[in-house]
Every structure is written in structure tokens, then in C-alpha cells.
Design a protein around this ligand. Structure first.
Ligand SMILES: Nc1ncnc2c1ncn2[C@@H]1O[C@H](COP(=O)(O)OP(=O)(O)OP(=O)(O)O)[C@@H](O)[C@H]1O
Length: 304
């Protein structure tokens, strides 16, 4: 579905994507995980055949986006970061009008709109104006809109940014269902839980480069330990605390608000820290996540 080698994107002198290799197969759920500015959206726009590449090779659905852009755009769905719905129209009209853009008949567009409203559970909101919808509903309508042409591949740029936890779960459910229906999903996110939930495979991007690639559990096994102890110390106590627990794990990281001990046995390390007279304001033992992978690879927290 996607084959990119040495793919680059420059804006004037600035290089936003610095030569990345990405291969995505049919039916996969693939993610670009990285902080703001990593180059995820720039990459997605090239994949969507709406932004020219600045170097390297790119094939989408086996086609060249520079030559076959309109064919590619007809066969994929794009759910942009910002909901760009038509606020002068109702929920239903938004879908009908958008389906018509793809050259389908009015009868087909009406039937499709009803089918998609059912799919994203917005049938009850059918005749409401878009501005009367909640943020989560607008997102679901945008997803419905990206499906009007029965795309083989759906590109989603930060599908749940700005949504509350419940609305995020509803969107995730819909994306699961699409995946089960065989649609290839390609998404960007800076939420590590979203990447873990949805992606079969992902790349971690930082500063225009891919710094790691694999299934979420593979990346965690490769770059982290099984468990992590988080010690929240008093203000200014982190560095001294880290020195005192240095030998309690395979690795110790100091973040502005906590000290992290990477170890196979978190309970044991937490007890050992307490035995040394350390008095954190709170201690948490948890499993490693992609957040830890990102920290290990870049030296920064994903949300920093
Ligand atoms: N049209 C543009 N002109 C100039 N610079 C741009 C343009 N689009 C993006 N950039 C810059 O390229 C870099 C990568 O941006 P991009 O939007 O691809 O990152 P991102 O990982 O998607 O981040 P975000 O989550 O904020 O969208 C940033 O430094 C951004 O300022």
C-alpha cells in the first residue's frame, strides 16, 4: 500500500522529513508516533498525494503520486487533523455533498450517507447542523466523510487529539471495526496509548527521522525493561535521589517531575529504594510502555 525509500520533505532550507523508509502492507494498521514537529503530518500529506516529495521514492497503491495523484486520491480516505466540515450544512448533507464530489449519483450518495451515519452512530443527529455536534461527534462525522469512496486505505492525522477519554474510545472502536473489515489504517499520533491500542506496527519519529520500527510489544521488549518504578520526589530532590538508586535497575532516568528506575522487578526495586531511606511523595510500579521506548531513544518524554 505504501513503499517509501529515502523519502524527504523540505520547506525552503528547512528539512522536515530527512530520508525515511516505510513499507506498509494491505490490511495493516500502521502508526507514525512522535512529538509535535517530528514530521508526521508532512509525511502523511505526501502519502495522501497532496504534497509533492522533495526526494527519495514513494509509491502509493503501487502508483507514483506525482503522476497518478488523482487515482490515488480516489482510492484512499483522508481524515485530517482539523475537522473541515461544512458548517452551513446538516450532518447528512455534509456526507451527501462529499460523496457527490467523487462523482457518485445523487441516489448513491443518499444511500451512502445513511449507511455511514449508521456506521459512526450519528443517525439520530442526521438533520442537525454540524456546529451543534460535540467534538467527538464531529470527529466521527469526519471519519464517516473519509469513507464515502470505500477507500482501500484510510489516513488519519491525529484522530483523537483534543477528545475526552470516552470520545477517544468510541473513535478507537470505529477504527477497530474498519480494520476488521480489511481497510488499511495509517495514522499519526503523539499518544503512546493510542499507538499501543491501534497499531500492528509503528515507527517512532523524531526530528524528521525514524528512530525505531516494530510492533508495540517488540519495541517495548527491545528498548525497555519489563517494569518501571516512578518515584515522585520533592522539588529539587531528583538528582540526589537518582544517584542513590542508580544500581537498583538496568537504567535510571531523571525527568523534571520524577525519577524512573527501569528493572525486571519493580516491587523489589521500590522496596530497596525505601530501605535506603528515600521518601518520595509517591511511588508507582508499572509496566513499560511506548513512552519509555521514546524516552530511551530520544532522551526526552513524548509530551515534553
Ligand atoms: N508548510 C510548511 N512550511 C514550513 N515549515 C513547515 C510546513 N509544514 C510543516 N513545517 C515544519 O516542519 C516540521 C514538521 O512538521 P509536521 O507538521 O510535519 O510535524 P508533525 O510531527 O506532524 O507535528 P504536529 O503533531 O505538530 O502536526 C515542523 O518544524 C513544522 O514547523
Amino acid at each position: 500500500m505504501i513503499e517509501a525509500h529515502g523519502l524527504r520533505k523540505t520547506y525552503g532550507e528547512f528539512e522536515a522529513v530527512k530520508g525515511i523508509d516505510v513499507v506498509v502492507g494491505r490490511g495493516e494498521a500502521f502508526g507514525f508516533l512522535g512529538p509535535n514537529g517530528a514530521g508526521k503530518s508532512s509525511t502523511m500529506r505526501m502519502i495522501a498525494a497532496v504534497s509533492p516529495t522533495s526526494g527519495g521514492t514513494l509509491r502509493i497503491l503501487g502508483r507514483d503520486p506525482a503522476r497518478d495523484g488523482s487515482e490515488i486520491r480516489a482510492r484512499i480516505g483522508v481524515c485530517p487533523q482539523e475537522d473541515s466540515l461544512d458548517t452551513d450544512l446538516t450532518v447528512y448533507e455534509n456526507l451527501v455533498v462529499y460523496t457527490r464530489y467523487f462523482g457518485f449519483s445523487r441516489a448513491h450518495a443518499r444511500a451512502k450517507a445513511d449507511e455511514l451515519l449508521e456506521f459512526v452512530k450519528l443517525t439520530e443527529k442526521r438533520n442537525q447542523m454540524v456546529d451543534d455536534l460535540s467534538g467527538g461527534m464531529k470527529r466521527r462525522l469526519t471519519i464517516a466523510r473519509s469513507l464515502v469512496n470505500n477507500p482501500e486505505m484510510l489516513l488519519l492525522d491525529e484522530p483523537t487529539t483534543g477528545l475526552d477519554p470516552q470520545a477517544r474510545h468510541v473513535v478507537w472502536d470505529q477504527l477497530y471495526r474498519l480494520k476488521q473489515m480489511g481497510v488499511t489504517l495509517v495514522l499519526t499520533t503523539h499518544y503512546m496509548d493510542e499507538a499501543e491500542q491501534l497499531c500492528d506496527r509503528l515507527v517512532v519519529m523524531d526530528d524528521g527521522r525514524i528512530v525505531a520500527e516494530g510492533a508495540p510489544h517488540e519495541l517495548i521488549a527491545r528498548y525497555s525493561t519489563r517494569e518501571v518504578v516512578e518515584l515522585r520526589m520533592g522539588v529539587g530532590e531528583n538528582e540526589a535521589a537518582a544517584e542513590r538508586v542508580e544500581d537498583l535497575g538496568e537504567r535510571v532516568e531523571v525527568l523534571p517531575d520524577r525519577v524512573l528506575i527501569y528493572t525486571a522487578d519493580g516491587e523489589k526495586a521500590a522496596e530497596a529504594a525505601a530501605d535506603r531511606g528515600l521518601a518520595p511523595r509517591s511511588t508507582l510500579v508499572r509496566r513499560s510502555t511506548l513512552e519509555d521506548v521514546f524516552l530511551r531513544l530520544t532522551g526526552r518524554a513524548l509530551d515534553a
